[in-house]
Design a protein. Sequence first.
Length: 131
Amino acid sequence: GALQGTLIAIDDDNGVSIANRHELAITSSATGLRRYQVRSGGVDQVDINPATNVSGQTWRIAVAYALNDFVMVYNGSVVGTDNSGSLPVGTMSRIRIGNRADNSTPIIAHIRAAVLFPTRLANATLATLTT
C-alpha cells in the first residue's frame, strides 16, 4: 500500500477483510452522516466523524493521509484532522466506489467523480479541489 495519498469518496481495502482499510462513508440514513475511518489490524486508527450532510445538496469531500497525518475536507473547509494514526496493515489492493468491502452498505447517491492522487496533497489544495 501507499505510504501516503489522497482519497476522494472511496473504500480502499485489501480485498480480504474490512479490518484493514481506508473508508469514506456517506450514509443514506435520515441523518446523512459522513465519516472517514482508517482501520489497521481491526483497530480504529482514525475516526473523523464531523457534522451531518444537508439532503439534496452537492457535496465535495476529500480525505488525505500519511502516517500520523490524516484530514477530511468538506466543501472547501477542513472538518477534521488526526495526527496520531497508523496506516492499514498489508497492501491496499482494491478500491470500491459505492460499497464497503463486505458489501453491506451500498451507496444511494450519485458520484460525479472519484480521484486518487498517489501523494498526500496539502490541506489547502484539498480545500480548493472541494470548493
